[in-house]
Design a protein around this ligand. Structure first.
Ligand code: NAD
Ligand code: MG
Ligand code: MG
Ligand code: MG
Ligand code: MG
Length: 330
């Protein structure tokens, strides 16, 4: 394991360089503002008249078209949604990259699966926070940082890693620590994590538990508290000090029940399916499906979103969070 901290960063490598952040969404906002506040020369590239344009210029950022930003940038840090990066690269970035420039990402998707193929004389780097943009900005403002990953897919200039680390320091990540990885490892593990464990796994587990209780006749509100609300409390204990800390904090009843029963919930069949899901990520099968979906205007995603909106747990949860003052606006 190779971990980098502030002390390992040579900030001078970006001193006379401009970082063009493309996009001002979750990561674009957080990273561009952190980098600017850290003293890096930052410009933001956006679509003219898009919603982000006003937000970014109101925040005092130097905003311009994607083409102009890519032209000005010695480093072009691409922070727009993964599924449109390939198109925007072709139309607005590719021709603006010059020998010795760096193209940078926070997810290896488009490089790893070959949707973006920069010329041989361009550095290809990644600096990726392990956390959502809101956290990246908030932690920075509070004087901390979220941890991150760094990777170099191509080092054309000899200092690609230095450049990526200096960006990481600007974004506040090297304060917590930045772990070295590869584009392949980051991309495949990130996709697997969000599908099987985090976004897909957690919501699937919560909802299955919720439905089991409701179908058995228990109050939906009780089911919500038990399967959804308490999830955060348990995960917080694990996040802080590991499984052992959580097992220690819950009752012996919960500890015995949890340890003795869990293999009946996550079964050999589940593990087999996890391996299959990982295989489809590694072979590019998932990526192909996502591309087909996007080319068709995202019909499946839109219908899945509607089904998700209609879930009973979503209705019960909204009502309950409001009643308990748990849901803050925003
Ligand atoms: P996002 O969906 O929040 O990005 C939206 C931004 O992209 C907006 O500013 C929008 O104006 C801009 N945009 C959209 N289409 C555009 C176009 N055609 N031309 C120019 N700008 C356009 O994106 P995100 O979630 O911040 O993700 C950005 C990258 O960061 C992705 O590679 C993602 O995988 C990675 N990442 C995201 C997170 C996260 O927490 N969201 C975490 C780690 C890595
Ligand atoms: Mg991830
Ligand atoms: Mg991801
Ligand atoms: Mg309980
Ligand atoms: Mg205990």
């Amino acid at each position: 394991m190779k971990m980098y901290y502030n002390k390992d960063v040579d900030a001078n490598v970006l001193k006379n360089k401009t970082v063009a952040v493309i996009g001002y969404g979750s990561q674009g906002l957080a990273q561009s503002r952190n980098m600017a506040d850290s003293g890096l020369n930052v410009v933001v590239g956006l679509r003219k008249n898009g919603n982000s344009w006003k937000a970014a210029s109101d925040a005092g950022m130097d905003v311009m078209s994607v083409e102009d930003a890519a032209e000005q940038g010695d480093v072009v840090h691409v922070l727009i949604p993964d599924e449109i990066q390939g198109k925007v690269y072709e139309t607005s970035i590719k021709d603006k990259l010059e020998e010795g420039n760096t193209i940078s990402f926070s997810h290896g998707y488009n490089i790893h699966y070959g949707y973006i193929k920069p010329a041989e004389n361009i550095n290809i780097t990644m600096i990726a926070p392990k956390g959502p943009g809101s956290m990246v900005r908030q932690q920075y403002l509070e004087g901390f940082g979220v941890p991150g990953l760094v990777a170099v897919e191509r080092d054309a200039t000899g200092d690609a890693l230095k450049i990526a680390l200096a960006m990481g320091q600007g974004a506040g990540l090297t304060k917590a620590g930045v772990l070295e990885t590869t584009f392949k490892e980051e991309t495949e593990t990130d996709l697997f994590g969000e599908q099987a464990v985090l976004c897909g796994g957690v919501t699937g587990l919560i909802n299955a538990g919720f439905q089991t209780l409701v179908e058995a006749g228990y109050q939906p509100e009780i089911a919500y508290f038990e399967t959804c609300h308490e999830m955060k409390l348990i995960v917080d204990l694990i996040y802080k000090k590991g499984f052992g800390n959580m097992w220690h904090d819950v009752s012996n009843t919960a500890e015995f029940g949890g340890l003795a029963i869990r293999d009946r919930i996550v079964t050999d069949e589940t593990r087999k399916e996890m391996k299959q899901v990982l295989k489809e990520i590694q072979t590019g099968e998932f990526t192909k499906e996502f591309a087909t979906e996007n080319n068709a205007g995202a019909p499946m995603l839109n219908s899945l979103r509607r089904i998700e909106d209609d879930l009973q747990i979503e209705k019960v949860g909204a009502k309950l969070r409001k009643a308990c003052g748990l849901q803050k606006e925003d």
